[in-house]
Design a protein around this ligand. Structure first.
Ligand code: GDP
Length: 456
């Protein structure tokens, strides 16, 4: 018999309702000691997915008026007997109920233990469990959607298909290990090679999708750089459409670094506003250039703003020469004024992406969005049916599988003994099994679940 675990599952703080969750073979015994239903029934007579009204009590004392949901194994989140006590959402009440559960035979659940049990009981695979964390931590709708897709198990399905192909290759090979007198004929070798290439193609595609997945999950690290007063804050505000960044007529007042996520077509830009280059004294100005170059280097997208009504400064020229042109969008701001810089200026002629805007009048902002979308093929990413890997661990495992498969192919090219090829192919299976969890070590599993919040 397993232990019964309990945890407060709703976020800490005051709320309308709070949920205390219990899971384990014995969880109804714990419940019965602390819950008085209005219309009591024997536990055997209560079907799963039933909600009962009543009170949590400590002896004769009523602690709270609650609703309790019953879930019976294996039809529950953990695949064990479970119940959820919906109490009032006050900290004191919830802690009191939790305390009663613990005193009546339940143990405090570890972070992620409910989901871990769902995995260990075989209800979900490891990649699905990880999707649960992704959904909880999602910052954009798109990210949540990817998490939901993964929760449905598409990655496990995809991997199962690849494993099936691999097993077929392995069984072909193993015939010739078991019966060495039947040497693998040339024709069969060609066929095996083709099958391995097919598997390799699928793995490479999955690995590639990670880059897109990363954009969805982490956002594009974006630096908005430019001299003081060119309109960085104004642009930021135009993008954010709210007054989060301070817009000012004086130089050097917005000194705090502002970090903000902005959604464009469901993809998030992680904005790093560089306040350092706003300083006016020479020395600090120099430091500012260094700092902005450093930030530009670290960014995946640079939005370089110039005040089109003024000429380039020496610092502008210096930075323009040094930054990566492929990841930069030059924004010529203040085109509502009389302009001194045009798109054809020699300082920026090597840049492919130049947009003219007026941050003040909110003109040209859409064109800027389009440029960003094109630069990162975001429209392509938005293809809904694309299978995307968003988890770094999964990507690493797939990379390992690719390496093992390439090893198998090389061994074949070098006419190595067939059992050597077979070992590499078995490694591919192991590498993939670690994604779904069949082959994952306890250490990996513990590490994954330790990242969960309490009560999930
Ligand atoms: P930052 O120092 O780069 O953040 O620049 P700000 O956004 O604080 O803008 C500096 C000044 O330029 C403010 O007075 C803004 O109102 C003004 N400004 C910003 N964008 C435009 C624009 O497109 N046209 C005009 N005419 N003024 C602008």
């Amino acid at each position: 018999m397993n232990s019964t675990i309990a945890s407060i599952s709703t976020a800490p703080g005051i709320g309308g309702i709070g949920i205390i969750r219990l899971s384990g073979d014995n969880c109804f015994n714990v419940l019965e000691k602390i819950f008085k239903a209005k219309t009591p029934k024997k536990i055997e007579e209560i079907p799963g997915y039933t909600i009962k009204y009543g009170h949590i009590v400590e002896g004769d004392n009523v602690i709270d008026e609650v609703l309790v949901s019953y879930f019976k194994a294996p039809k529950s989140y953990t695949a064990e007997n479970m119940c959820e006590i919906n109490s009032h959402g006050g900290n004191v009440v919830m802690r009191k109920i939790m305390d009663l559960c613990l005193r009546n035979g339940a143990e405090m659940a570890e972070p992620g233990e409910f989901t871990k049990r769902a995995f260990l009981n075989g209800r979900i695979d490891l990649s699905q469990a990880e999707a649960v964390i992704d959904i909880i931590n999602a910052k954009t709708e798109r990210e949540a959607t990817e998490g939901t897709k993964q929760l449905e198990g598409w990655l496990a399905i995809e991997i199962r298909k690849i494993k099936k192909d691999l097993l077929e290759i392995l069984s072909n090979i193993e015939v010739s290990i078991d019966y060495p007198e039947y040497d693998v004929p040339e024709v069969q070798e060609d066929d095996l090679r083709k099958k391995m290439d097919k598997v390799l193609g699928k793995l490479l595609e999955l690995a590639k999708s990670f880059d897109n997945g990363k954009i969805i999950k982490e956002g594009i690290k974006t630096a908005i750089i430019g001299r003081p007063n060119v309109g960085k804050s104004s642009l930021l505000n135009a993008i954010l459409k709210e007054d989060r960044a301070i817009v000012t007529e004086y130089e050097g007042t917005t000194r705090d670094t502002i970090e903000e996520f902005v959604n464009i077509n469901g993809i998030s830009l992680k904005l790093i506003d560089t306040a350092g280059i706003r300083e006016t004294s020479n020395e600090i100005e120099k430091m500012g250039i260094e700092k902005s170059r450093k930030i530009a280097k670290e960014a995946e997208l640079i939005i370089f703003i110039l005040d089109a009504s003024k000429d380039f400064s020496d610092e502008d020229r210096e930075i323009l020469e040094k930054i990566d042109k492929n990841k930069t969008i030059i924004v010529l701001n203040k085109i509502d004024l009389k302009t001194k810089i045009s798109k054809n200026a020699k300082e920026i002629k090597d840049f492919k992406n130049i947009v003219e805007i007026s941050a003040l009048k909110k003109e040209g902002i859409n064109e800027l969005y389009n440029k960003i979308t094109n630069l990162f093929n975001l429209n392509e990413i938005n293809l809904d049916n694309e299978v995307i890997i968003t988890n770094e661990r999964h990507k690493n495992q797939i990379q390992k599988a690719i390496n093992s498969l390439n090893e198998a192919k090389n061994s074949m090219d070098q006419n190595m003994p067939i059992d050597i090829i077979s070992i590499s192919l078995k490694n591919v299976l192991t590498n993939l099994g670690e994604i779904t969890g069949e082959e994952a070590s306890e250490e990996i599993i513990n590490e994954i679940f330790s990242r969960f919040c309490l009560g999930k």
